[in-house]
Every structure is written in structure tokens, then in C-alpha cells.
Ligand binder design. Structure first.
Ligand SMILES: [Zn+2]
Length: 455
């Protein structure tokens, strides 16, 4: 398997630290509000990554943090007149419900920042002891001049407009403009924790490395997140953990997902340009949403428009209609070679940096070729499609087969009509072949298309 590593800016052979074992961490949400579908894209794409690693035989531990203390939580809770912890709890619950609704099931542990205060204090203390941190009136800061490797992930040390920068730690006394807060001293009216660092609360970046050190130790295999977290958040994680432990690298493979764009703009809370996951799920079923996210490469930025869900539904229907042709009791020896070739191609694409669009092309080519063969798909086809769906979870194979025969045929005919309307005649013809393979003849008449069983 190869993975594109943001750290080295190239594709690399994937070799975990311990053979057969993968320790994987993805930045979770700050639970101050409902999550939007930009988050859904990232988490669905990493859900596939974890599922695929497991399918390839790795023993994966997939951890995610939940930021349950933060400036924005405190601010929003004050606006709503409720305690910050209550706001965090409610939104944590909503987030977990959203992920379950999207079938993002592969996370093993969700770790709250507030459950790791002790680990955070220990790590900040280690940074103080090693001369990487200094104290100002409003807390402890990381001194960037003590970490010359700062910028190695992003290739820069200055912020840019596209960075997730909701939390800039400003204090005029800072030694360097980029120095970030490790521990924020108590402020009136804000929650605080009494610790050896003084009363206060954790900075943003420190929770991730405190959590991953507690779970995985100072080094692990794979860290994921959206591309806007590279700087300064992930850069800060590297500075903290590598300084505290004296070991590098913190993470072997850094993976970043591209933005979700709507109307040309990045979807984000701060600009108000967003759709919550629950609103999206009220309109579009989870399988179609997953298909939208997985039909493009995780590193690409994705443009959503009103046609996107319909296109995804169309793609799903092609696969589901093929599934309905399968008789799993049938030995499809005649097409076994076709199936094996498609299967190899599918995994070859997935092995190349989780190329989901490439692997779907392999699947659609397979369906087209199989339809053309005129042979009925059987056991082999059923196994292959089930393997695909265990990863993608985008196709509805459970839909009633017996009794829905006529409806399935009508649906195929509708699909064919749509394709012909779009002048996709080759694909439309492959539906005709699909039906012929089931012994169904169709005829286009002035009044529409009619069909019957037999020749
Ligand atoms: Zn994070």
C-alpha cells in the first residue's frame, strides 16, 4: 500500500511501526455547535481509510479527540446562558448521533480533552522542564525558537487566510509572534482547573498530543485531519510532542482531506456558509451522502451543487440494479475471470493512496462488461460486491428482491431513459443488455418503453 504523506510531500510505501498494527488519530470536532457536511466529508473519508486498513488485515486502533473546552465553547455557552460543559455535552451527543447516522462506525475511542487534564499538565511540565515553555501573565506559551524544525509539515511558519485560525493566542509579551498557548491562566467567569501549572485550562493544540501520548506513546503511525489544520494546529502538535519526548517523528504518515466547497467557497462555520449534517440527512439518505464523499479522492477539494446528490443516486442505482440480477446460488464460473480482474483492479486502486474514484471506475467497468457478457452474475459477483460494500457502505443490497421485480425493472427503464436523455447511449444500451440477461425484452414505442419476459 502507498499513502501520500503530507510530511514528505510524496507517496510512500505504508509501513507501520509495528508490523500488522496501525495506530491512527484524526482530529475530532470542537463541540460548540452542530457539525456541518464539510466535517462529514472528512470523517467519512477517514472512516473508509480505517475500514480499508482493517480489510487489508491490519489491527487498527482509531482514536479521535473531542474538544470540550475551548474559547468558542465558552463564548457560545455565555450567549446561550448555559454552562460550557452542558453545551459541550449536548453537541458531543449530537456529533456522535450524526456519525452513527452516516455509518461512520470505525472509530474505536473518542477521548475528551477534559478527561485528560492530568496528561496535559504532565506534558506541559515536560516542555517547561526542557526549556521549551515560558510563562506570561495569561498562561504558559511554547517558545518557537527552541524548535528549529517548526514548519516542516507545512513548509512555512506564517499563517495564511485559509488556515483554521479561530484561536490565535494573542499576548503582546510573547517572545515570538507564532508562539502558542499551552495552558491558559484562569480568567474571571471562565471555567478553570486547579493544577500545578496554576488554575486555568488547556490550550487547543496540547490536548491532541496529550491524548495520543496517553494512548499510543510519543510516536505513532497515522494522523489525519482536514487540510486547514496543517498550519498551525498540526505543526504545533509536532513541536510539542517532539520537544517533550526528544523523539521524531511524532507521526509517520500525515493525511489531509481537501475542502468541501459550495458556490466556490470553502464550507465553514466562521463564514456562515454551511449545511449541518442533520439538515443534509433530512434531504438525502446516508448512503447517497457517503457516495458523494467517497466518489472523489479524499485529497481533492469537492464542489457541491444541487445536482451532486442526484448523480450519486444514479451511480448507486447502477450497482444496486446489477445486484438484483445476481443469483448467489448460481455458479458464475464463466465470468470468474472477469470478476477476478475487476477485483484486482479495484484493490490496486485502493492500495494507491485510497483512490476511491479509481476503484469505483473498476466497479462500473465490471458491471458494464458483465452485462455485455449476457451471463447471469452469481456467487463470485455477489462476493465481490459485498466486499466493496463492506468498505463503502453506499449500496442498498438488502432491498427486497422477491416481489420488487417489476419495480426493479421499471427503475432500470427509468435509468435508461435518463441516460438516453443525456445522450449516454452506451450506458443506456448496457441496461438493455442487463435486462436481456434476465430474459427481458424491451421495445421503445411512441408511447414509451414497454417490456415483457421472453423474446
Ligand atoms: Zn486536533
Amino acid at each position: 500500500m502507498i499513502i501520500y504523506n503530507t510530511l514528505t510531500r510524496r507517496k510512500e510505501q505504508f509501513t507501520p511501526m509495528e508490523p500488522g498494527v496501525v495506530r491512527m488519530f484524526v482530529c475530532g470536532p470542537t463541540v460548540y455547535d452542530l457539525s456541518h457536511i464539510g466535517h462529514a466529508k472528512t470523517y467519512t473519508q477517514f472512516d473508509l481509510v480505517a475500514r480499508y486498513l482493517r480489510a487489508r488485515g491490519y489491527r487498527v486502533t482509531y482514536a479521535q479527540n473531542l474538544t470540550d473546552i475551548d474559547d468558542r465553547i465558552i463564548r457560545r455557552a455565555a450567549e446561550l446562558g448555559i454552562p460550557p460543559q452542558q453545551l459541550a455535552k449536548e453537541n458531543e451527543q449530537a456529533y456522535l448521533e450524526d456519525m452513527a447516522a452516516l455509518h461512520n462506525t470505525s472509530v474505536d475511542v473518542h477521548e475528551r480533552a477534559l478527561d485528560h487534564i492530568d496528561d496535559i499538565v504532565v506534558q506541559v511540565q515536560a516542555l517547561i522542564d526542557r526549556g521549551h515553555a515560558y510563562q506570561l501573565d495569561d498562561g504558559w506559551y511554547f517558545d518557537l525558537t527552541t524548535f528549529p524544525r517548526y514548519g516542516k509539515l507545512s513548509g512555512r511558519t506564517e499563517t495564511r487566510p485559509e488556515d483554521a485560525l479561530s484561536r490565535v493566542d494573542e499576548n503582546e509579551q510573547k517572545r515570538n509572534p507564532g508562539d502558542f498557548a499551552l495552558w491558559k491562566a484562569r480568567k474571571p467567569g471562565e471555567p478553570y482547573w486547579d493544577t500545578p501549572l496554576g488554575p486555568g485550562r488547556p490550550g487547543w493544540h496540547i490536548e491532541d498530543t496529550a491524548i495520543t501520548e496517553a494512548l499510543f506513546g510519543p510516536q505513532y503511525d497515522l494522523h489525519g485531519g482536514a487540510v486547514d489544520l496543517i498550519f498551525p494546529h498540526h505543526e504545533a502538535e509536532i513541536a510539542q510532542m517532539e520537544s517533550a519526548s526528544g523523539r521524531e517523528p511524532l507521526v509517520r504518515y500525515w493525511m489531509h482531506t481537501g475542502f468541501l466547497r459550495v458556490g466556490g467557497d470553502k464550507m465553514s462555520k466562521s463564514t456562515g456558509n454551511f449545511t449541518t449534517i442533520r439538515d443534509a440527512l433530512a434531504e438525502t439518505d446516508y448512503r447517497t451522502l457517503r457516495h458523494v464523499f467517497l466518489s472523489q479522492h479524499y485529497r481533492s477539494s469537492m464542489e457541491l451543487d444541487e445536482n451532486t446528490p442526484e448523480q450519486a443516486r444514479g451511480a448507486r442505482r447502477r450497482v444496486e440494479n446489477f445486484w438484483r440480477l445476481i443469483n448467489a446460488g448460481h455458479d458464475d464460473r464463466a465470468t470468474r475471470e472477469l470478476t477476478e480482474r475487476a477485483r484486482d483492479k479495484f484493490y490496486e486502486r485502493m492500495d494507491d493512496d485510497f483512490d476511491t474514484p479509481g476503484s469505483l471506475v473498476a466497479l462500473f467497468d465490471y458491471i458494464r462488461e458483465h452485462n455485455r457478457s449476457g451471463q447471469q452474475p452469481g456467487r463470485g459477483a455477489s462476493e465481490f460486491l459485498n466486499e466493496v460494500n463492506a468498505l463503502f457502505d453506499t449500496f442498498d443490497f438488502a432491498a427486497d428482491q422477491a416481489g420488487s421485480e417489476d419495480a426493479a425493472i421499471e427503475e432500470l427503464l427509468n435509468e435508461r431513459r435518463r441516460l438516453r436523455g443525456e445522450k449516454k447511449f452506451a450506458e443506456a444500451d448496457s441496461i438493455r443488455n442487463e435486462l436481456r440477461a434476465r430474459g427481458i425484452t424491451i421495445e421503445d414505442t411512441a408511447a414509451g418503453t414497454c417490456w415483457w419476459l421472453g423474446n
